[in-house]
Each structure stands twice: as C-alpha cells, then as structure tokens.
Design a protein around this ligand. Structure first.
Ligand code: AMP
Length: 551
C-alpha cells in the first residue's frame, strides 16, 4: 500500500550566518574580543563590533561588492578579520581567507582561480602581497588594515584605509535576505598534490557545522569559555570556532601575528583566563616544551583541541603531565572541517582511555563514514583490523570544488573520497593509518608512516620525526626516518639507538632502513609535516642502492 507523503508544518527558516550575527547583537553584547597587537592588547566587545560590522557591510556595498563576489582576506587572527567573517557573508558575498604561509605563486594561482574582487590586507602582510602586484587582475580594490600609522606603501597600488572607510558609513545596514544554499565562504586546500582547490561553504553548511562544533560530545565550546584559536582563520575557517564562539557567546582571544610564539600564547592565555585552545600538533609540541622549561602552567584551560595531523602519544602524555587535556579531532578543509572527535565513551576502562584518546575518535553526529577497499571499492567491516579509504557524506561535506576540479572526488553513490586510510573499531573509533599517498609499500605489505613516526617521537631524545618511503630495489619501498633531536641532545643520539628503541615497538619488517638526523622537519603552510619536500630532497637508501647495483 502506498503511503501518502504528508508535509511537516515547520517553517522554512533559511539557515544562515545572519542568525549568528543576530545572536551576537542581541545576546552577547558584553562579551569581549581581545587581540594581541604589536602595540599591545586591543580590547573590544561584540556590542562595539556589531555597528562596525554594519559599517563594513556598507563599505563593501560602496566599493561595488555584489552577491556572490569573492572578497579575499590576507590577515592574522584578529578582531578585524572577525568583522569580515560576519560582514562579507551576511551581505551576500563570499569570504575567501587566503593562507598567508603560501608561496607567492600559490597565492597568485588561488586569487586568480577564485577571481577575488576585493582584497583586505593586514599592514604587516604587505611584503607578502608585493610580489603579486600586477599578477592578480581580478582584484579591483585593496583595503589596508593598518596598525598605528599606515605605512607608506612603496610600489603598491592605491589602497583604501579600513578605519577611514568604516567611519564614513552608517551604523546600521539593511541586511538582504539570504538563501541558505548561497555560498558564504571559501578556503583552498593546501595543495600537497597538484594545485590547490577551492572548497566553497554555503550558509547552510556553516550553520549546521557551527551547531555541530558546539555539541557537547563534539568540541563542546560554551558561553562560559574563553577561546584562543591558535589555528589560523585561513585554515578551514579556524575550524569553525569563530562562528561557534559567536553562536554560543564565548569570549574570543586572538593571538594576532604571535601564534607561533609559545611564550606569547601562554601569557595571553593566562591574562585572558583562556579555557579553550585549538591548534595543530606542532603548536602544542612547542608550547609543552615551553611550559616544562619555564614552569608556567595554564590551570584554567579545560580543552586543547588538536587536529590537522595525528597526535603523537608522546605529545598527549607531555600535555597531560602539564595539566593540558588534548581533545583529538580529525577533519579536512572539505569537511568544514569537523569530521570526528576522540571523546571517550562513558564506561570506558581507565586503562583504555589514553589509547582511545589517541585515535581520531568517532564520527561527528551529522556525518556518515565508511571505509572501502582501494581496489574493489567495497565497503569494509568495522572490526579494527581491515583498513581502507575513509569516505564521508553529510550536510557540511563538500560535493565538488570551485571551477569543477577533480570531479571524481565523489563516488558514484555520492560519498566524498578523503584520501585518508583508516581502520574503524566495532565501537566506531577511527584509527588513521596514513594518507593514501604517504603509506609505505614494502614487499607488498603496508607500513603506516604515521605509526612509525609516533613510535620514534616517543624517544626521549627526539622532538619531531617524519617517515617517508624511499624506493628500494628488493622491497619496492622502505621506510626512512627523519628525526629532529631535542636541542640538548643534538649530536648525541645515534641511528642505532633509535633502531634499538623501536625494536619492541613495531614489527621487525617495519624497522626503518635508515635514520637521518635533521634540524627541523619541513612544514606545510598550515604547520603539518611536509613529506613532499623531504621526498624531493631525499638521497637514495644506501642499502637499496647496493642491491640495485647487484641486480
Ligand atoms: P587540511 O585540509 O589541510 O586540513 O588537511 C586535511 C588532512 O589532514 C586530512 O585528510 C588528514 O590526512 C590530515 N588530518 C587532519 N586531522 C588529522 C588527525 N587528527 N589525524 C591524522 N591526520 C589528520
């Protein structure tokens, strides 16, 4: 018997970022937004910011920004960047946050690909912009966000001054009606393989993602928190935290251009009573060392969200020892980025906790996940053993890229191929084994570079380690470790020592062929180990070469 469909009687309310703006105006007036600047701490409130956001929307209109136009930002984590986060999408345009750690040729590609119309730039970032001038013709207007006295911009095009423009506009703005499927923001992937690709978030995806971030079993940010996002506002929208803070009414503390300086972060966190931190593992490796050396502590911090790369066990333990609890999360630019969070289920035995906190956790409500066999494409069981490519779907997962790049990223049945390889336990804990392109194929079997790295980083004399597979005549590929000794052990740790240390921690055939000591692991623009650079500069494996010669 056919059942007649009956429509629900709920309102067709458009999910848009205007709602977050409405909340900060109505409910969170007194909440502070603090920024560390060169000249000292800048302090404002949402109450003071909202009229500025209205003025900013007026500026955008005044300079000819139309719905759908891309408005680029080249800016640190600061209050003006937050104003742009609201004004641009809420007036119908698309906020395009540029990654300030990219090489000029990448920035040039990205700006041209997005056809950005306007560019807002922090004064201290003008040197980054300089090599691009003359190569980014889509930009019709530059707006300078000056600190102190605007610098004479040598060899630069004419620029409007942010504060002067704001002052000339009205404190109220007639926000247009936004349809939830309209583009709100875009971020480019970091382009570790090929050119970067534009991920375009909609108002709807941002809204639902914000609700997801706030969920207690996800990141769980609340009104009572004081949030310090070390993760840049150009890295997948600072993991959605700025909007989550606005929705919840959390205080926000921005590190400005001091995000890489552990001492500044600690001081700022102490002074502003920060409770919630977020950043990639390399940030916390530096911060944990600083805390240990200085004896300083951050007793008010209750959560340190850590994602972007796997959290090494040594880091989790060191952070625990200084009283900072890491909450491990997985995601990617294409997943807005929240994909999974390692909260340990109620009733877990204490001895299992650390192991589970080190997994990539369980998939966020709203997102569905599966792992599939790379050759047959068949779905694999969640038995904690079988591993395959993670595929996801959900309302905040990309279905394509700007300009139609990489059309095969979606499977025929509509799931997004992440390129991450993982196993999933029967309880749903995801354990990322590797990126498909980083996994080492030795004698037909796979070695997880991530697991090996973690094992090496547990050595007390090592601070960082990256593992890559290099060609080998007999085994196809063999693992080679690039390890960075802690400063006090520089020149005092040997290859044999590391190999010995690994012996009872990994399978025999996983033991690296070589351990090479370096001063620093090269990093990508968002602070992850850049194995592409290591591979490009790697000398061949000595033993493998001999066998090659014997052949
Ligand atoms: P991005 O889009 O630059 O944020 O990069 C996304 C990629 O970073 C993912 O596809 C993963 O390979 C990696 N990644 C992010 N979070 C984690 C994590 N918690 N553990 C392991 N890899 C991660």
């Amino acid at each position: 018997m056919e059942v007649a469909a009956v429509e629900g009687l709920m309102q067709d309310y458009e999910l848009s970022l205007q709602h977050v703006l409405w909340r900060i105006e109505r409910l969170h007036q007194k909440k502070e937004v603090v920024t560390k600047r060169d000249e000292g701490i800048h302090r404002t409130t949402y109450g003071e910011m909202v009229p500025r956001i209205n003025r900013l929307a007026g500026v955008l209109k005044q300079i000819g920004v139309k719905p759908g136009d891309r408005v680029a930002t080249l800016a640190w984590n600061n209050n003006r960047h937050l104003e742009l986060y609201y004004a641009v999408p809420c007036m119908g345009a698309v906020l395009h946050t540029l990654n300030l750690r990219l090489f000029p040729q990448h920035l040039e590609f990205i700006i041209n690909d997005a056809e950005d119309k306007v560019l807002f730039v922090d004064q201290s970032l003008l040197p980054l912009l300089k090599p691009l001038i003359g190569k980014i013709p889509s930009i019709k207007t530059y707006v300078l966000m000056a600190e102190g006295n605007p610098a004479a911009a040598d060899g630069m095009p004419a620029m409007l001054d942010y504060e002067t423009m704001l002052a000339a506009e009205s404190e109220s703005y007639p926000w247009p009606k936004i349809s939830e499927r309209m583009a709100a923001a875009m971020c480019y992937t970091s382009g570790t393989t090929g050119n970067p690709k534009g991920v375009v978030y909609s108002h709807r995806s941002q809204f639902i993602h914000t609700m997801g971030v706030l969920q207690g079993d996800n990141l769980g940010l609340t009104e009572a928190d004081s949030l310090l996002p070390v993760v840049p506002m150009f890295h997948a929208n600072s993991w959605g935290l700025p909007y989550a803070a606005g929705m919840a009414g959390a205080k926000v503390v921005f590190p400005g251009r001091f995000s890489a300086d552990a001492k500044s972060i600690v001081e700022l966190a102490q002074e502003e009573e920060v409770t919630f931190l977020a950043g990639v593992p390399t940030v916390w490796i530096g911060l944990a060392s600083y805390l240990k050396e200085s004896g300083q502590r951050l007793p008010k911090v209750r959560t340190v969200v850590c994602g972007g790369s796997a959290v090494p066990r040594s880091l989790m333990e060191t952070m625990d020892s200084v009283g900072l609890r890491i909450l491990h999360a997985w995601g990617m630019t294409e997943t807005s980025p929240l994909g999974s969070v390692a909260r340990v289920a109620a009733g877990t035995r204490e001895e299992d906790e650390l192991r589970l906190r080190l997994t990539q956790g369980r998939v966020a409500p709203g997102v569905e996940i599966r792992i599939t066999d790379p050759t047959s494409g068949e779905e694999l069981p969640w038995d904690g053993v079988a591993f395959g490519e993670i595929q996801v779907r959900g309302p905040w997962i990309a279905r394509g890229y700007h300009n139609g790049y990489d059309p095969d990223k979606l499977t025929e049945d509509g799931w997004f191929r992440t390129g991450d390889v993982a196993k999933i336990s029967p309880e749903g804990y995801i354990q990322i084994v590797d990126r498909t392109k980083d996994v080492i194929k030795s004698g037909g079997e796979w070695i997880s570079s991530v697991e090996l790295e973690n094992a090496v980083m547990a050595h007390p004399k090592i601070i960082e380690a990256a593992v890559i597979g290099l060609p080998h005549a007999k085994w196809d590929e063999r693992p080679v470790v690039y390890a960075v000794p802690r400063p006090e052990f520089k020149g005092q740790v040997t290859e044999e020592e590391i190999k010995d240390f690994l012996k009872d921690k990994v399978a025999r055939w996983w033991l690296p062929d070589e351990v090479r000591f370096i001063d620093e692991v090269p990093k990508t623009s968002v602070g992850k180990f850049d194995k592409k650079v290591l591979r490009a500069n790697a000398t061949p494996i000595k033993e493998g070469m001999k066998q090659e010669a014997r052949k």
